[in-house]
Design a binder for this molecule. Structure first.
Ligand SMILES: Nc1nc2c(c(=O)[nH]1)N[C@H]1C(S)=C(S)[C@@H](COP(=O)(O)OP(=O)(O)OC[C@H]3O[C@@H](n4cnc5c(=O)[nH]c(N)nc54)[C@H](O)[C@@H]3O)O[C@H]1N2
Ligand SMILES: Nc1nc2c(c(=O)[nH]1)N[C@H]1C(S)=C(S)[C@@H](COP(=O)(O)OP(=O)(O)OC[C@H]3O[C@@H](n4cnc5c(=O)[nH]c(N)nc54)[C@H](O)[C@@H]3O)O[C@H]1N2
Ligand code: SF4
Ligand SMILES: [Mo]
Length: 905
């Protein structure tokens, strides 16, 4: 067995991993004890990485050969065809008729090559990335105030902070390993105050000392209201303001209006809460803000970021241990993408496209007379331009826009209208793959070499542990080989701009572009990085990277002074009205990653949230006469889909929440059918956290549910086959389940019974044919029930179930199957259609701990007999059931269960 040091490919915490392999296959993974981001820890997603890379699962799911119009072709043919098409379009319509849409999950080297290919070789700035949906407001907010896109704090600051201000971030789920650090820090410093700003009562909010459950989109008003109080109560640092900033007067004129009363009116908070927040923030010795998409994904995203940074500048809470505005990055290499300037308005090394001097510098570095000046199209605008026919070919790499972009109707039109769509992917089952004319197989986690930068500016080497499957290739190699072919067609005879033969060579060129810039890494070498991860900046002559910025209070502006942002408060772009009276919020689940191409391939990560649903406040549910599990039609101004509803007191009335993960791969339509393309005018980031929607009961009385255990190597294929049936139903979803084994669950609903042929098709896919299956059928009433039993360790167990028409028996057949309980005693009752079994019903309970597969029912049962203080009871629970003792992702939930049991007692 070998162990290879690399990083986790999921979130921006950037945990170091040790990949265990036998040289051909990845067999295990553990946290790298030496990596400063995680010191050996991993969350649920990181811990299961090897399962998503294991051969049986990926046997069918990985792309292995280039495919042109569905046919396997050679790499040469694939890349020649692509180069011919792109070169022809560039010649006929100009290079701006082409668009590149790449990803914050690419490595820095991949990103650098794509950026030079678009801007240098082709001469178009139409290259943008999914980071536009993610971090562009943070970039714009930093630049507007501190002068450069550099998060000034580091993870260690969590340990030094006295007040943590967490705004629009559900860290407990989205940055779990960093949240473990926060829990540790709170244990060590009990006086530390934690404030969470979020319209939902998330697990992060649940644990805060103060939860500011504000109305969606009202953060700027809250931050202005806090500043108003800080100025009034003398909580500002007048010396810092006088010596190191500009613009306080203009800002004062704005915040004057934001009295506690006015702020309370806008935000829906109480005046006391606002006062408390201002005092804790301004009065602490060190305040650290941690923020993410609740600020960024907004039509005033840049203003939200800048208004929060205002608070740090006004109170001097920056440039010292435990203080500063710390934007958490989402993707593992959102930072690297920004460093190489791989976006429509940026250039290499944090340079600005709009700045002629910056363009000249990059042209000189690349040995070109010039780089194009015209701003490129940003993500949403690029797909709009393709839908309008202005962009004629799209090159998409390492992202799934047919799932993740807002306003999917426009995205679909774009992908259908474009003459040529190229997709560079690792897996074949993403929604975007359905639209690609050319599919290029990319190597993925554990198979590629390069670097990534995490939230705290720390660069880590990514390493290959095993060879890539089939003919898949590294992303930067694909981009280089395509680019060189374009060069022979468009600029023949000239030396190539893409000469590299190793990722190291690409990185060295990138390093050169950073010399003298804020992110200068000219003192860093590939060898040093090979040795250990390093923070930027790391200029020539330095002996280590700089973990904390602006400690000299000299900011990255021309005169070294930071700028207050005198920004107005603006409400969300899409007002609620009588037709669309609800506000739709979207975000992350604990155990899933985006479109789920990787995390969703294993049943284990569905345990915590098994199926799609839209959360609504119980009052709204009652008003709409909906009960848990009922289907509702959810519509926005752009489209509609059907979803099961779930009641949740974590939301305020008139608000709804759907996890962003439920795309068209898992549920008919997909959540981004609804999402709004309204943009922040500065950052061009779409408002994914709010859309005005309407909700009504869906009239789909005929139901079908089918589930089965299946061979691991068949599970993903089966799900894809079931997905092809989605269109025939008003609602359909398909998910996985199972901890050690692979299970597939399909659910559908329609206005009337499905045809016999459709039912036979579903039954066949679940192996419910022939003599091994038992059936009951009442064709006239659309009733159909089938079960299949099998011997497992000397017991008859349910292997597959299909219920159509009346599906009430799911209540006990599902746990019977999923918990692998003995089934032979039930005999014919299995087909009875009754909602209750003869005899005691198996307990159906949600999973809490995904490492040890511990359910809520087990935990509550263990707690009933337990007495004593909460800490003791938690410790006893963990010794007994082991829940939360491995990755810790369920710690907040365990604490909540212990506390709620104490309260109940
Ligand atoms: N498990 C998991 N972790 C992930 C990811 C994943 O897919 N799964 N993805 C990674 C990526 S790319 C990203 S960008 C990050 C995202 O990390 P986060 O931003 O922490 O996650 P989200 O759930 O998208 O949104 C955070 C919170 O913003 C709140 N919010 C909504 N509207 C507002 C508002 O107007 N104001 C405020 N203050 N808050 C609001 C939502 O209720 C939500 O709880 O997560 C990263 N980590
Ligand atoms: N409604 C709503 N929508 C959202 C959000 C939200 O909060 N709400 N969040 C937005 C945010 S912050 C983000 S970051 C985006 C994320 O949206 P996407 O970028 O679409 O998300 P992923 O599913 O991570 O897509 C990455 C794809 O790359 C593939 N892949 C994996 N490894 C490799 C590799 O090495 N090479 C290549 N070429 N491909 C690979 C994966 O299989 C996967 O399909 O979603 C955005 N969309
Ligand atoms: S916190 Fe979890 S998802 Fe994020 S990098 Fe670490 S292990 Fe991966
Ligand atoms: Mo993101």
């Amino acid at each position: 067995m070998n162990e290879t040091k690399s990083t986790c490919p999921y979130c921006g915490v950037g945990c170091g991993v040790l990949i265990e392999s036998d040289g051909a296959q990845i067999t295990g993974v553990r946290g790298d004890p030496d990596h400063p981001a995680n010191f050996g820890r991993l969350c649920t997603k990181g811990q299961t990485l090897h399962l998503t890379a294991s051969a049986p699962i990926t046997l069918h799911a990985r792309l292995r050969t280039p495919r042109l119009h569905g046919q396997a072709v050679s790499w040469d043919h694939a890349l020649d065809t692509a180069a011919d098409t792109f070169a022809r379009i560039a010649t006929e319509h100009g290079p701006d008729a082409l668009g590149f849409y790449v990803s914050g999950q690419l490595l820095t080297e991949d990103y650098y090559v794509f950026n030079k290919l678009a801007k240098g070789v082709l001469g178009t700035n139409n290259i943008d990335t999914n980071s536009r949906l993610c971090m562009s407001s943070a970039v714009a907010g930093y630049k507007a105030t501190l002068g450069a896109d550099a998060p000034p704090a580091c993870y260690d600051d969590i340990e030094h902070a006295q007040c943590l201000f967490i705004a629009g971030s559900n860290m407990a789920w989205a940055h779990p390993v960093l949240y473990r650090r926060l829990e540790d820090a709170r244990r060590r410093t009990p006086a530390m105050k934690v404030i969470v700003v979020d319209p939902r009562r998330t697990e992060t909010a649940e644990q805060a000392d103060l939860h500011l459950q504000l109305q969606p989109g009202t953060d700027v008003a809250l931050f202005h209201g806090m500043l108003h109080l800080m100025l009034w109560e003398g909580l500002t640092d007048t010396q810092h303001i006088a010596d190191h900033t500009h613009g306080i007067e203009a800002l004062k004129a704005i915040v004057r209006e934001f009295t506690p009363r006015e702020t309370a009116r806008i935000t829906g908070l109480s005046e006391d809460q606002i006062v408390q927040a201002a005092r804790w923030f301004g009065g602490s010795t060190a305040t650290l803000s941690l923020y993410c998409q609740g600020l960024n994904q907004s039509s005033s995203g840049t203003d939200k970021n800048a208004a929060l940074i205002n608070l740090h500048l006004a109170t001097g809470q920056i440039g010292k241990p435990g203080a500063g505005p710390f934007s958490l990055t989402g993707q593992p290499n959102a930072m690297g993408g920004r460093e190489v300037g791989g976006m429509a308005n940026l250039l290499s090394a944090h340079r600005d496209l709009a700045n002629p001097a910056h363009r000249a510098e990059v042209a000189r570095l690349w040995g070109l007379p010039e780089v194009p000046a015209k701003l490129g199209k940003t993500a949403v605008e690029m797909f709009q331009a393709a839908a309008d026919g202005e962009i004629k070919a799209l090159w998409i790499a390492c992202t799934n826009p047919a799932q993740s972009l807002p306003d999917q109707a426009t995205v679909t039109r774009a992908l259908q209208r474009a003459e040529f769509v190229v997709l560079q992917e690792a897996f074949d089952h993403t929604a975007t793959a359905n639209f690609a004319h050319l599919l290029l197989p990319a190597s993925s986690w554990g198979e590629k070499e390069g670097t990534v930068t995490n939230s705290e500016r720390r660069i880590t080497r990514v390493r290959a542990a095993v060879p890539a499957p089939g003919e898949s290739r590294a992303d930067w190699v694909i981009a280089r080989d395509f680019g060189q072919r374009l060069e022979t067609r468009l600029r023949p005879g000239r030396p190539t701009l893409l000469p590299w033969t190793t990722p190291e060579a690409v990185w060295n060129e990138h390093r050169e572009t950073t010399r003298g810039r804020d992110l200068d890494i000219s003192g860093l070498s590939w060898q040093l990085l090979d040795h250990a991860p390093q923070c930027w900046p790391y200029p020539a002559g330095a002996t280590s990277g700089q973990e904390r910025l602006y400690t000299d209070r000299c900011y990255a502006t021309d005169d070294g002074r930071a700028r207050f942002a005198a920004v107005p408060y603006r409400a969300v772009a899409e007002a609620r009205d009588a037709r669309f009276p609800f506000s739709l919020n979207t975000g992350r689940l604990r155990d899933q990653w985006h479109g789920m191409s990787r995390s969703g391939s294993i049943g284990r990560l569905f345990g915590h949230t098994p199926e799609p649903a839209i959360d609504l406040h119980p009052q709204d549910m009652a008003r709409l006469r909906l009960q848990d599990g009922d289907l509702a039609t959810v519509a926005s101004r752009r489209g509609s889909l059907v979803l099961p509803v779930r009641s949740s007191t974590n939301l305020k009335p008139t608000q709804a929440f759907v996890p962003m993960h439920w795309g068209p791969e898992l549920v008919t339509g997909g959540v981004n059918t609804l999402a709004s393309p309204a943009l922040c005018p500065q950052s061009r980031q779409p408002e994914l956290k709010h859309a005005a929607i309407n909700i009504v009961r869906a009239d789909l009385p005929w139901r079908l549910v089918a589930m089965a255990w299946c061979d691991e190597s068949q599970a993903l294929q089966l799900r894809q086959q079931l997905r092809s049936l989605f269109g025939g139903f008003g609602y359909a979803s398909c998910v996985a389940f199972g901890h050690e084994r692979s299970g597939v669950l399909f659910r559908a609903a329609a206005a009337g019974p499905a045809s016999a042929a459709t039912l036979a098709q579903v039954a066949a896919l679940f192996g419910l044919q022939g003599e091994r299956a038992l059936h009951y059928q009442d064709v006239r009433r659309g009733q159909h029930r089938s079960v299949r039993l099998g011997m497992v360790q000397g017991q008859q167990q349910l292997q597959a179930v299909l219920l159509a028409g009346n599906t009430r028996a799911e209540a006990w057949l599902a746990p019977l199957l999923q918990q692998q309980l003995p089934a032979q005693t039930y005999g014919r009752a299995l087909l009875s259609g009754s909602a209750t079994p003869p005899g005691p019903a198996p307990v159906c309970s949600r999973q809490v701990c995904s490492c040890f597969d511990v359910s809520e029912a087990q935990i509550l049962h263990a707690l009933t007999a337990s007495t004593g203080p909460a800490d003791t009871r938690l410790a006893r629970l963990q010794t007994q059931l082991r829940c939360g003792t491995q990755c810790g992702s369920c710690q907040p939930e365990l604490q909540r269960l212990v506390t709620s049991q104490s309260l109940a007692a």
